[in-house]
Design a protein around this ligand. Sequence first.
Ligand code: PLP
Length: 387
Amino acid sequence: MFKSAASSTVYADYNATAPLRKEAREAMLVAMEIGANASSVHGAGRKAKAVIERGRDQVAMAIGACRDDLFFTSGGTEANFSVLKGACAADPSLRLIVSAIEHDAVLAQFPDAERAPVTADGVIDLDWLRHRMAEWISEDGRPFLSLMFANNETGVIQPVADAARLVHDAGGLIHSDAVQGLGKVQLSVVDLEVDYLTLSAHKIGGPQGVGAVFLAAGAPYICQITGGGQEMGRRAGTENVAGIAGFGAACDAAVSDLDGFAKLAQLREKLENRLKTEGGVTIIGERVARIANTTCLAKSGFRSETQVMAMDLAGVAVSSGSACSSGKVRRSHVLSAMNISPELADGALRISFGWQSTPDDHERVADAWLAAAMRAGQLSTPKKETA
Ligand code: PLP
C-alpha cells in the first residue's frame, strides 16, 4: 500500500474522489471494448450483461449482500435520491428523520425532514433517538431514519446498528449512506441491520458516475427513474457497463486491502500530533472512532479557503469541508451541528488519504500546512525544524 508516489504533488482529497485504481481502469478498458447494450439479446449484448452481473457480485460481496438486492445508479447522489423518494412513495406512512450531519445528497431530498441531533463529537445522539422512538405512536406513521455510516468531513463513524435496532423496535426502517465507509472498513448489511444502503464508486478508486443501492428484501420501494425495465425494474436507463466493471474491480481491490487502509490511522496520528504540537490545531472528532484516512483540523482565525489555496500553491490538494460544495464558501453544517464555534468552523480543513498515500505524503502535508500557517502569521512560535 505505501508505495512511494512519483509525483511532486500530494493528493490528500480522497473523500472527494480517490484516484482511479489500475484494477478498475483495466476492467473498464475491457468492458468498453464490448460496445454493446446489455439489454440486447445477441452475443455481444449478453457479454455486456455478464460484465454487469460480475460487477453486481463484486459490489454485493463487499457489503455482504445478496446480489439480487443490489441495483446500480449514476452515483451516490442518485442512490440516496432513489432510496429516500422511492421508499416514501411506496409507503406514505414513513416519516423521515435525517441526522443533522448527512451529506447534501440526503438533506436536499426532503429539506423539511426532522433532524436528529449529534453530540459534540459528531456522533448521532442515541439518547435522543431512544427517547424519540420510545414516544413514537402509530398515528405518527412509521419512523424512517437516514444515518450515514461515516461522515465525509470528519470521518466520524456512526452507530448504525444501534440506531437500526431502536428504529426497528418502533416499527420503522433505516437507510445508511455508506459512500464514505465502503472499502475503508468491513461493511456488512446484515450486521448493520439496514433496510437500505447507498454506495458510490469514485470514493474507493472506481470511476465517477456509478453508484449502487442495497434494498433489503421486502423493503418498500417504487422505482424513481422510470423508462425501460433495466435493473429488474428498479432503475431505468442503459447501464454504464464500463463504470460498473470498474466499480466491481475497485471493490475487490479495496476490500482485499482493508488492513492496509487501517494502517493509515497510525500515519494520521503522527500527522495530527505534529499539527497539534507545532501548529496548535484542534482535531475535530478526535475522541471517537473515525475512518482511518480522514483528519478534520481547525484553527481559529486561519480561514479554510486561505489554507486550501496556500496548500494548493505548495502542491498539496486538500479540501475545506465537503468538496461537493466547495467553490461556494459556506460554513459546514456538520461542524455547526457539532456546536463548534463559528470562528473555529471557519478555519476547518479536511485532509483525506487513501490507497496510494505514503508516509512521505503525510509528512509533506504537515510541512505544507505548517509553512502556510507560518507565512500567514498563525504560528506563535517558529516551526520546529525537521531533519
Ligand atoms: N454521500 C456522501 C457521504 C458523500 O461523501 C458523497 C460525495 O461526496 C455523496 C453521497 C455523493 O456521491 P456521488 O458523488 O457519487 O454522487
